[in-house]
Design a protein around this ligand. Structure first.
Ligand code: FAD
Ligand code: MLT
Ligand code: ZN
Length: 500
């Protein structure tokens, strides 16, 4: 492969043939449920978007995209692939940021977009049951009409699917308030690699009968099976939301502001996000929007409250802002006064990923580090890139900026290195440096995006050999026969050349 010269396709897996395609056509029935580049050379352009990831960093060479419309169809497809040694990759909204949602070589893409129905909603308990291909924003808008909210929100909400969210155990902007999907998901229906349907689509909050196996699918990145349906506990939609945005002179003071926010805002605090000056400058350069504050600061924080009484919440937020400004913790701040201003302030945070995407290649590291040292990683990385002579705006010095932002309330940093284009010299400067740095501080090399192709080989920086072995045995219980692409730890269909 030109795309991954260091990887080699595992030849034990079959090549797609005409008779395989004929079988899938029979299962799926509808023409629109299949994009067939095996028997039709003209399908290449239609297949391209399914081969490339959101960042344009990873690219496979799949020739067949299947879009099942029911659990039974997913089951028939997987069972057939299993018998015939055909590799597959499950795909949701393809917004993943670690190269897990696209093929490595010629795996069949099983795209879940046709399974997008909301199945039922209980007005009293707030339990939503939906198909896995339902887009997050569609689910949330449905819930809004019922007075409820989806307990997860993130910048890719208009494209990502709830099945993809569960598979990556996405964290997002309000984990601080609503907790992780491990707590809110009540049930899952999934199809195992051999086609067996696992029906654990419960709606109970409490169920201590043996192991809670559905948890294994949350964050499994499609390695144990394909999630087809989801049941999730949704909270009441807050009647009032308020947002403050402020400028801060040091990372030390940002930590103090977080401490104060918890003290002042307690139960209504719903997000506490950090953005450094560099990330905000990138957003400004792309959007050309006027910055929310007059001055320039090395750090900015966005604080959101969600409660039931707008006046009471806004009084609390104003008092908090006044207090932290008086104490000299915050240098300047502004409060949104209406829905439009709330959206505009959030855009300075949510828009970072997209702005970076407009500027060329981005090396992204999504990490958990104890708060006290969190931002030091950005500074040390910047110094390293600079010392390697890579900082600049030319082909020779391709790194435009080293920036940091993230979910400060969850000790989750997004370290991003923005380059003119993806460049192996930059990657070699960053890896394994970043992972070693994190390991020394007992952090996690993946806080919320998963391992995917990017981090699969670095798993041991955050997990011991014993834990990796346990993961292998879980994997082989769910997928005893094939070890095909639905595998994280032996992600088919490649082995690294070093292993061969
Ligand atoms: P995909 O990208 O299609 O797939 C992701 C992984 O899940 C792949 O390994 C795929 O094989 C597997 N998969 C997908 N669907 C299924 C299924 N039904 N069954 C089994 N496996 C499946 N992530 C965060 O955690 N927090 C954020 O704040 C956040 N913000 C983002 C903002 C932007 C602008 C972008 C582009 C991405 C962001 N992400 C964030 C990353 C991404 O959106 C999430 O990881 C999201 O949960 C992926 O959902 P998806 O449907 O796009 O899945
Ligand atoms: C975010 O918090 O903005 C997302 O996780 C995406 C990113 O890391 O850029
Ligand atoms: Zn994030």
């Amino acid at each position: 492969s030109e795309t991954y010269p260091e990887l080699k396709r595992d030849s034990r897996y079959s090549q797609l043939r005409q008779e395989h395609v004929a079988y899938f056509k029979g299962v799926l029935g509808s023409e629109s449920a299949i994009i067939d580049g095996v028997t039709n050379d003209n399908a290449a352009d239609d297949i391209e978007p399914f081969n490339a990831d959101w960042m344009r960093k990873y690219r496979g060479h799949c020739k067949l995209v299947l879009k099942p419309g029911s659990t039974a169809e997913v089951s028939s497809i997987l069972s057939y692939c299993n018998k015939h040694g055909l590799a597959v990759v499950p795909q949701g909204g393809n917004t993943g940021l670690v190269g897990g949602s696209v093929p490595v070589f010629d795996e069949i893409v099983i795209n879940m977009s046709r399974m997008s129905q909301i199945i039922e909603f209980d007005q009293v308990s707030g339990t939503l049951v939906a198909e896995a291909g339902c887009i997050l924003e569609v689910a949330d808008q449905f819930l809004a009409s019922k007075g409820y909210i989806f307990p997860l929100d993130l910048g890719a909400k208009g494209s990502c699917q709830i099945g993809g969210n569960l598979s990556t155990n996405a964290g997002g902007l309000r984990l601080l308030r609503y907790g992780s999907l491990h707590g809110t998901v009540l049930g899952i229906e999934a199809v195992l690699p051999d086609g067996t349907v696992v029906d654990d689509l419960g709606k109970l909050r409490k169920n201590n009968t043996g192991y809670d196996l559905k948890q294994l699918f949350i964050g499994a990145e499609g390695t144990l099976g394909i999630i087809t349906k989801v049941s999730i506990q949704c909270p009441q939609r807050p009647k009032a939301q308020n947002v403050a945005f402020f400028g801060i002179e040091s990372y030390e003071k940002a930590q103090q502001a977080f401490r104060e926010a918890k003290g002042h805002l307690s139960e209504i605090l719903s997000a506490f996000e950090l953005m450094d000056g560099g990330s905000q400058e990138l957003v400004r350069s792309v959007t050309k929007n006027k910055k929310p504050l007059e001055g320039d600061y090395p750090f900015y924080c966005l604080v959101e409250t969600s409660g039931s009484n707008a006046e009471h919440d806004s009084e609390k937020l104003s008092a908090f802002l006044e207090d932290v400004m008086e104490k000299g913790i915050v240098a300047d701040g502004t409060l949104a006064e209406n829905e439009t201003q709330i959206k505009a302030l959030w855009a300075w945070r949510e828009g970072i990923t997209e702005s970076l995407g407009h500027l060329g290649g981005t090396y992204k590291y999504d990490v958990s580090i104890p708060l006290a040292e969190m931002y030091q990683l950005v500074e040390d990385t910047r110094a390293r890139v600079d010392a390697a002579g890579l900082l600049g705006e030319t082909d020779e010095h391709p790194v435009r900026a080293v920036v940091g932002y993230g979910h400060m309330g969850d000790s989750n940093l997004h370290l991003n290195i923005s380059t003119r284009r993806f460049d192996k010299r930059v990657e070699q400067c960053l890896e394994p440096f970043v992972y070693e740095w994190i390991q020394e501080r007992q952090g996690s090399i993946s806080a919320e995006h998963g391992l995917g192709l990017q981090k699969k080989k670095y798993i041991h920086y955050s997990r011991s050999e014993t834990m990796v072995q346990l993961m292998r045995s879980v994997k082989s219980s769910f997928d005893p026969v094939s070890g095909h692409q639905l595998s994280l730890l032996h992600r088919y269909p490649y082995t690294s050349c070093a292993e061969v």
